[in-house]
Design a protein around this ligand. Structure first.
Ligand code: 2M8
Ligand code: MG
Ligand code: MG
Length: 283
Protein backbone atom coordinates (compact mmCIF):
# COMPACT_ATOMS: atom_id res chain seq x y z
CA UNK A 1 0.00 0.00 0.00
CA UNK A 2 1.14 3.51 -0.81
CA UNK A 3 -1.02 6.53 0.05
CA UNK A 4 -0.66 9.72 -1.99
CA UNK A 5 -2.53 12.84 -1.03
CA UNK A 6 -3.34 16.36 -2.05
CA UNK A 7 -3.17 18.93 0.77
CA UNK A 8 -5.57 21.90 0.45
CA UNK A 9 -9.18 20.82 0.79
CA UNK A 10 -8.12 17.17 1.11
CA UNK A 11 -5.77 16.44 4.03
CA UNK A 12 -6.03 20.09 5.11
CA UNK A 13 -9.29 21.88 5.83
CA UNK A 14 -10.18 24.32 3.01
CA UNK A 15 -10.65 27.25 5.40
CA UNK A 16 -8.19 26.88 8.30
CA UNK A 17 -5.65 24.42 6.79
CA UNK A 18 -5.78 22.09 9.83
CA UNK A 19 -5.37 18.31 9.55
CA UNK A 20 -6.55 17.51 13.08
CA UNK A 21 -9.57 15.48 11.96
CA UNK A 22 -7.25 13.13 10.02
CA UNK A 23 -4.90 12.37 12.92
CA UNK A 24 -6.25 8.85 13.71
CA UNK A 25 -5.72 7.65 10.13
CA UNK A 26 -2.29 9.33 9.87
CA UNK A 27 -1.21 7.55 13.05
CA UNK A 28 -2.47 4.20 11.77
CA UNK A 29 -0.53 4.64 8.50
CA UNK A 30 2.62 5.32 10.54
CA UNK A 31 1.93 2.32 12.77
CA UNK A 32 1.77 0.04 9.70
CA UNK A 33 4.74 1.85 8.06
CA UNK A 34 2.64 2.64 4.99
CA UNK A 35 4.28 5.52 3.09
CA UNK A 36 2.24 8.74 3.02
CA UNK A 37 3.28 10.93 0.10
CA UNK A 38 2.22 14.53 -0.43
CA UNK A 39 1.27 15.58 -4.01
CA UNK A 40 0.19 19.23 -3.99
CA UNK A 41 0.05 22.64 -5.69
CA UNK A 42 2.05 23.98 -2.78
CA UNK A 43 5.75 24.83 -2.91
CA UNK A 44 8.56 22.65 -1.64
CA UNK A 45 9.13 25.13 1.20
CA UNK A 46 5.48 24.85 2.35
CA UNK A 47 5.60 21.06 2.14
CA UNK A 48 8.81 20.87 4.22
CA UNK A 49 6.99 22.83 6.95
CA UNK A 50 4.01 20.45 6.85
CA UNK A 51 6.17 17.29 6.63
CA UNK A 52 8.06 18.44 9.72
CA UNK A 53 4.81 18.90 11.65
CA UNK A 54 3.62 15.45 10.57
CA UNK A 55 7.07 13.83 11.06
CA UNK A 56 7.06 12.45 7.48
CA UNK A 57 10.29 11.45 5.74
CA UNK A 58 8.81 10.41 2.39
CA UNK A 59 9.41 12.04 -1.02
CA UNK A 60 6.97 14.76 -2.10
CA UNK A 61 5.56 16.14 -5.36
CA UNK A 62 5.13 19.92 -5.50
CA UNK A 63 3.62 22.70 -7.64
CA UNK A 64 1.10 20.39 -9.38
CA UNK A 65 3.55 17.75 -10.54
CA UNK A 66 6.28 20.21 -11.52
CA UNK A 67 8.93 18.52 -9.37
CA UNK A 68 9.53 15.48 -7.17
CA UNK A 69 11.86 15.94 -4.15
CA UNK A 70 13.59 12.89 -2.66
CA UNK A 71 16.04 12.73 0.23
CA UNK A 72 19.49 11.95 -1.20
CA UNK A 73 20.41 9.66 1.69
CA UNK A 74 17.21 7.58 1.34
CA UNK A 75 17.48 7.18 -2.45
CA UNK A 76 21.18 6.45 -3.19
CA UNK A 77 20.27 4.63 -6.40
CA UNK A 78 19.55 8.01 -8.04
CA UNK A 79 23.19 9.13 -7.67
CA UNK A 80 24.20 7.55 -10.97
CA UNK A 81 21.25 9.03 -12.87
CA UNK A 82 21.84 12.79 -12.57
CA UNK A 83 20.85 14.66 -15.74
CA UNK A 84 19.31 17.92 -16.96
CA UNK A 85 16.05 17.06 -15.23
CA UNK A 86 17.38 15.13 -12.22
CA UNK A 87 19.46 17.44 -10.04
CA UNK A 88 21.05 17.20 -6.62
CA UNK A 89 20.09 20.36 -4.69
CA UNK A 90 21.37 20.42 -1.12
CA UNK A 91 20.33 17.11 0.45
CA UNK A 92 17.54 16.43 -2.08
CA UNK A 93 17.30 14.93 -5.53
CA UNK A 94 14.92 17.02 -7.61
CA UNK A 95 13.25 15.40 -10.60
CA UNK A 96 11.86 18.22 -12.74
CA UNK A 97 8.78 17.89 -14.97
CA UNK A 98 7.82 21.58 -15.08
CA UNK A 99 9.21 24.86 -16.37
CA UNK A 100 11.11 27.56 -14.45
CA UNK A 101 8.82 30.19 -12.93
CA UNK A 102 10.93 32.96 -14.47
CA UNK A 103 9.91 31.70 -17.90
CA UNK A 104 6.25 31.47 -16.84
CA UNK A 105 6.26 35.04 -15.49
CA UNK A 106 7.87 36.35 -18.68
CA UNK A 107 5.16 34.66 -20.77
CA UNK A 108 2.37 36.04 -18.54
CA UNK A 109 3.81 39.55 -18.76
CA UNK A 110 3.99 39.30 -22.54
CA UNK A 111 0.39 38.05 -22.89
CA UNK A 112 -0.86 40.76 -20.54
CA UNK A 113 0.77 43.57 -22.50
CA UNK A 114 -0.10 42.09 -25.92
CA UNK A 115 -3.75 41.28 -25.23
CA UNK A 116 -4.65 43.36 -22.19
CA UNK A 117 -5.90 40.36 -20.19
CA UNK A 118 -7.08 41.16 -16.68
CA UNK A 119 -5.71 38.87 -13.98
CA UNK A 120 -3.57 39.06 -10.88
CA UNK A 121 -1.11 36.51 -9.56
CA UNK A 122 1.18 35.63 -6.67
CA UNK A 123 3.93 37.82 -8.15
CA UNK A 124 1.65 40.84 -7.58
CA UNK A 125 1.00 39.94 -3.92
CA UNK A 126 2.81 40.98 -0.79
CA UNK A 127 2.86 38.48 2.05
CA UNK A 128 0.05 40.46 3.75
CA UNK A 129 -2.10 40.38 0.61
CA UNK A 130 -1.68 36.61 0.31
CA UNK A 131 -2.58 36.09 3.97
CA UNK A 132 -5.77 38.10 3.38
CA UNK A 133 -6.61 36.26 0.17
CA UNK A 134 -6.04 32.70 1.48
CA UNK A 135 -6.10 32.65 5.28
CA UNK A 136 -2.61 31.13 5.31
CA UNK A 137 -0.43 31.91 8.33
CA UNK A 138 2.29 34.52 7.84
CA UNK A 139 5.07 31.91 7.66
CA UNK A 140 3.17 29.63 5.26
CA UNK A 141 2.42 32.66 3.05
CA UNK A 142 6.16 33.42 2.86
CA UNK A 143 6.79 29.81 1.84
CA UNK A 144 3.92 29.89 -0.71
CA UNK A 145 5.42 32.96 -2.40
CA UNK A 146 8.76 31.16 -2.74
CA UNK A 147 7.74 29.38 -5.96
CA UNK A 148 9.98 27.73 -8.53
CA UNK A 149 7.75 26.20 -11.23
CA UNK A 150 4.28 27.77 -11.28
CA UNK A 151 2.23 30.95 -10.91
CA UNK A 152 -1.25 30.85 -9.31
CA UNK A 153 -3.53 33.55 -10.72
CA UNK A 154 -7.05 34.93 -10.24
CA UNK A 155 -8.90 35.59 -13.48
CA UNK A 156 -10.60 38.98 -13.53
CA UNK A 157 -11.62 39.06 -17.18
CA UNK A 158 -14.48 37.58 -19.22
CA UNK A 159 -15.04 33.89 -19.90
CA UNK A 160 -14.47 34.51 -23.64
CA UNK A 161 -11.10 36.12 -22.96
CA UNK A 162 -10.24 33.19 -20.71
CA UNK A 163 -10.63 30.76 -23.63
CA UNK A 164 -8.35 32.97 -25.73
CA UNK A 165 -5.86 33.19 -22.84
CA UNK A 166 -5.86 29.40 -22.45
CA UNK A 167 -5.08 29.02 -26.16
CA UNK A 168 -2.24 31.58 -25.89
CA UNK A 169 -0.84 29.74 -22.86
CA UNK A 170 -0.86 26.43 -24.79
CA UNK A 171 0.77 28.13 -27.75
CA UNK A 172 3.56 29.21 -25.39
CA UNK A 173 4.21 25.61 -24.27
CA UNK A 174 2.54 26.09 -20.89
CA UNK A 175 -0.82 25.04 -19.46
CA UNK A 176 -3.51 25.87 -16.90
CA UNK A 177 -4.85 23.79 -14.00
CA UNK A 178 -7.72 24.67 -11.66
CA UNK A 179 -7.01 24.42 -7.91
CA UNK A 180 -9.32 25.24 -5.01
CA UNK A 181 -8.89 29.02 -5.09
CA UNK A 182 -6.52 29.75 -7.98
CA UNK A 183 -5.80 28.90 -11.60
CA UNK A 184 -2.24 27.58 -11.83
CA UNK A 185 -0.03 28.45 -14.81
CA UNK A 186 2.71 25.85 -15.25
CA UNK A 187 4.73 23.71 -17.66
CA UNK A 188 3.11 20.72 -19.37
CA UNK A 189 2.95 18.40 -16.38
CA UNK A 190 0.45 17.21 -13.82
CA UNK A 191 0.18 15.30 -10.56
CA UNK A 192 -0.41 12.00 -12.41
CA UNK A 193 2.68 12.00 -14.62
CA UNK A 194 5.02 12.77 -11.71
CA UNK A 195 3.32 10.24 -9.46
CA UNK A 196 3.71 7.54 -12.14
CA UNK A 197 7.48 8.26 -12.17
CA UNK A 198 7.66 8.05 -8.37
CA UNK A 199 5.60 4.86 -8.22
CA UNK A 200 7.95 3.20 -10.72
CA UNK A 201 10.87 4.21 -8.52
CA UNK A 202 9.20 2.64 -5.47
CA UNK A 203 8.47 -0.50 -7.45
CA UNK A 204 12.11 -0.87 -8.52
CA UNK A 205 13.80 0.33 -5.38
CA UNK A 206 15.19 -1.38 -2.36
CA UNK A 207 13.69 1.32 -0.19
CA UNK A 208 13.64 -0.45 3.15
CA UNK A 209 10.44 1.06 4.55
CA UNK A 210 8.61 -0.04 1.49
CA UNK A 211 10.09 -3.55 1.30
CA UNK A 212 8.87 -4.32 4.78
CA UNK A 213 5.41 -3.41 3.61
CA UNK A 214 4.95 -5.32 0.49
CA UNK A 215 5.41 -8.79 -0.81
CA UNK A 216 4.44 -7.91 -4.37
CA UNK A 217 6.51 -5.69 -6.66
CA UNK A 218 3.73 -3.21 -7.47
CA UNK A 219 2.39 -1.16 -4.57
CA UNK A 220 -1.39 -0.78 -4.32
CA UNK A 221 -1.81 2.93 -4.98
CA UNK A 222 -4.37 4.92 -2.99
CA UNK A 223 -4.74 8.58 -4.04
CA UNK A 224 -6.85 11.29 -2.41
CA UNK A 225 -7.83 14.69 -3.87
CA UNK A 226 -10.65 17.21 -3.95
CA UNK A 227 -10.18 19.34 -7.10
CA UNK A 228 -9.85 19.16 -10.86
CA UNK A 229 -6.04 19.43 -10.62
CA UNK A 230 -6.10 16.07 -8.80
CA UNK A 231 -7.87 14.21 -11.63
CA UNK A 232 -4.68 12.95 -13.30
CA UNK A 233 -3.37 11.36 -10.10
CA UNK A 234 -6.79 9.99 -9.14
CA UNK A 235 -7.03 8.38 -12.60
CA UNK A 236 -3.89 6.23 -12.12
CA UNK A 237 -4.77 5.06 -8.59
CA UNK A 238 -5.96 1.56 -7.71
CA UNK A 239 -8.28 3.23 -5.20
CA UNK A 240 -9.10 6.89 -5.88
CA UNK A 241 -10.73 8.82 -3.06
CA UNK A 242 -12.49 11.99 -4.15
CA UNK A 243 -12.79 14.11 -1.02
CA UNK A 244 -15.86 16.31 -0.61
CA UNK A 245 -15.25 20.07 -0.82
CA UNK A 246 -17.24 22.72 1.07
CA UNK A 247 -16.86 25.12 -1.89
CA UNK A 248 -17.13 23.15 -5.12
CA UNK A 249 -18.51 19.97 -6.72
CA UNK A 250 -16.61 16.67 -6.78
CA UNK A 251 -14.17 16.78 -9.73
CA UNK A 252 -14.65 14.29 -12.55
CA UNK A 253 -12.08 11.51 -12.89
CA UNK A 254 -11.70 10.63 -16.57
CA UNK A 255 -10.93 6.97 -17.36
CA UNK A 256 -10.02 5.82 -13.86
CA UNK A 257 -7.72 2.77 -13.66
CA UNK A 258 -9.27 1.51 -10.43
CA UNK A 259 -12.14 2.00 -8.06
CA UNK A 260 -13.39 5.54 -7.30
CA UNK A 261 -14.75 6.34 -3.84
CA UNK A 262 -16.48 9.62 -2.89
CA UNK A 263 -16.09 10.74 0.73
CA UNK A 264 -19.29 11.76 2.51
CA UNK A 265 -17.55 14.07 4.95
CA UNK A 266 -15.53 17.09 3.85
CA UNK A 267 -11.73 17.58 3.88
CA UNK A 268 -9.67 15.91 6.63
CA UNK A 269 -12.72 14.28 8.27
CA UNK A 270 -13.57 12.55 4.98
CA UNK A 271 -9.87 11.70 4.50
CA UNK A 272 -9.78 10.06 7.92
CA UNK A 273 -12.90 7.91 7.37
CA UNK A 274 -11.87 6.69 3.92
CA UNK A 275 -8.23 5.93 4.82
CA UNK A 276 -9.28 3.98 7.94
CA UNK A 277 -11.75 1.97 5.84
CA UNK A 278 -9.15 1.20 3.16
CA UNK A 279 -6.51 0.11 5.70
CA UNK A 280 -9.03 -2.24 7.33
CA UNK A 281 -10.12 -3.62 3.97
CA UNK A 282 -6.68 -4.23 2.49
CA UNK A 283 -4.83 -5.73 5.47
C1 2M8 B 1 -2.53 27.57 -3.93
O1 2M8 B 1 -3.06 26.31 -4.18
C2 2M8 B 1 -4.40 25.97 -3.85
C3 2M8 B 1 -4.50 24.44 -3.97
O2 2M8 B 1 -5.53 23.90 -4.61
C4 2M8 B 1 -5.42 26.68 -4.70
O3 2M8 B 1 -5.23 26.85 -5.91
O4 2M8 B 1 -6.44 27.05 -4.12
C5 2M8 B 1 -1.03 27.37 -3.94
O5 2M8 B 1 -0.48 28.44 -4.54
C6 2M8 B 1 -0.38 27.11 -2.59
O6 2M8 B 1 1.01 27.37 -2.65
C7 2M8 B 1 -1.03 27.87 -1.47
O7 2M8 B 1 -0.59 27.34 -0.23
C8 2M8 B 1 -2.54 27.78 -1.54
C9 2M8 B 1 -3.21 28.59 -0.43
O8 2M8 B 1 -4.60 28.45 -0.46
O9 2M8 B 1 -3.01 28.23 -2.79
MG1 MG C 1 -6.97 20.49 -3.11
MG1 MG D 1 -3.57 21.02 -4.14
Amino acid sequence: LMVVTDLDGTLLDHFDYSYDAATPAIELLKHHKIPLIINTSKTYEEVVGIKNELCLDTPCIVENGSAVYLSASAWPSLAGQLSDDLLLVGDQYVKIFGQPRTKILTTLQRLKSQSGYLFEGFSDYTEEALVKQTGLSQSRATQALNRHFSEPIIWQDSEAHYLQFEADIKQSGLMLLRGGRFIHVLGCCDKGQSLAWLKALYTRSNNSDFKRQSSTAEPLLVALGDSQNDAAMLAIADIAVVVKSPVHEYPTVPQPKGEVVYSQKEGPAGWNDEVLTIIKRTR
